[in-house]
Design a protein around this ligand. Structure first.
Ligand code: SAM
Ligand code: SF4
Length: 341
């Protein structure tokens, strides 16, 4: 990837345009670092979690979201940890959907608690659901997630459909030597049940620090496996540029499968995302090594103006690229479940 010159004409004020001209319209909000699975690419087996006191309250989250929306954020995705483990998440969704400048509130979940909560989520106004699932075989699921629960996730998917969620996306992480056998069954399942499946390359954000470049099963390799076993794929042109996924349809016309390739094909040049961690820290990248502390500001009586200044500083410091695979790359000290994927 070539690094462009910084655009010094970009507004140096409180807008969410960074020095490379990228407009930020999407805010990922983590609501907890707790989880009911222990996926090896994300969490340690024995984790210690943030204290209740450290977590932002729903009112604090909504205030940050409102300030961010006044600066240009239009869409919000709730994540974690496992967001459905945060009690009464529907109440936060109700608060966020009422913000006048927020067009869409989405959720990424492992689906374990979805069967019980799908109705409340739909009633609260949640627009979209992404469900992460790496295997359709219980033993293999347990090997990857290091806990059981496949049947409950499948029930959750069914219930989500029943509650009217339409364009449900499924996420599967691709790891060499671990997930190859799951690719074809997942792709067939999603094609049959009309779920939009997306394969995500393994990123160096695992808590156990085991990631290596060789472990990354690239989107290209996954696509070849699908084409060999299921059928030819054709790239869909004119994808939404803010979407990191490169989407394909089967040439016979049924089903969409996408590839999110942050390692082999970084999409930093069109990144439109900012993040708020469960403990109230703004971050400008998954791989950021710096936090911008909104929680302290909120709890010390900071004004909306000051929060805007903090967010502007966070955007202003954004690097052009995550630099994975180069000498410049520095692993963040937080793992994925502590940031929010
Ligand atoms: N617990 C929820 C879930 O699993 O969907 C939400 C949080 S999880 C951190 C969000 C997404 O990040 C999931 O789709 C998960 O597969 C993905 N993920 C976690 N660790 C990853 C890693 N090291 N590389 C790539 N994707 C990862
Ligand atoms: Fe939990 Fe999601 Fe991380 Fe798996 S990927 S351990 S489900 S937070």
């Amino acid at each position: 990837m070539s690094f462009p010159e910084k655009d010094f004409d970009a507004p140096a004020n409180k807008s969410l345009v960074d020095e490379f001209g990228r407009h930020h319209t999407d805010l990922r909000i983590s609501v907890t670092d707790r989880c009911n699975l222990r996926c090896g690419y994300c969490m340690p087996l024995e984790a210690s979690f943030m204290s209740q006191q450290r977590l932002l309250t729903y009112d604090e989250v909504a205030r940050c979201a409102n300030v961010a929306s006044e600066m240009g954020i239009q869409t919000i995705r709730l994540t974690g940890g496992e967001p459905l483990m945060r009690p009464r998440l529907y109440q936060l969704i109700e608060q966020l959907t009422q913000l006048p400048k927020i067009q869409e509130v989405a959720l990424t979940t492992n689906g374990l608690l979805l069967a019980d909560q799908a109705e409340g989520l739909a009633r609260a106004g949640l627009s979209r659901l992404n469900v992460s699932l790496d295997s359709l075989d219980e033993a293999r699921f347990e090997k990857i997630a290091r806990r059981s629960g496949l049947q409950r996730i499948l029930e959750g998917l069914e219930e989500a459909r029943r509650q009217g969620f339409r364009s449900i996306r499924m996420n599967a992480v691709s790891i060499r030597g671990l997930t190859e056998q799951d690719i074809v069954p997942l792709a067939k399942f999603c094609r049959t049940h009309c779920f939009h499946l997306r394969f995500i390359e393994f990123m160096p954000l695992d808590a156990e620090d085991a990631w290596s470049r060789e472990d990354v099963l690239t989107g290209r390799e996954v696509r070849q496996i699908i084409e060999m076993h299921i059928g030819e794929l054709s790239q869909i042109k004119g994808n939404n540029p803010g979407q990191p996924s490169i989407d394909y349809t089967y040439v016979d016309g049924s089903g969409i499968v996408g590839f999110i390739n942050p390692v082999s094909q970084p999409f930093c040049d069109r990144c439109d995302r900012l993040r708020l961690t469960a403990d109230g820290q703004f971050r400008n990248c998954l791989f950021s090594t710096t936090d911008w502390d909104a929680r302290t500001l909120l709890r010390e009586g900071g004004s909306d103006e000051e929060l805007q200044g903090l967010l502007a500083a966070c955007v202003g410091a954004k690097h052009f690229s995550h630099s994975i695979g180069t000498e410049a790359f520095q692993r963040p000290s937080r793992a994925m479940y502590q940031i929010g994927g």
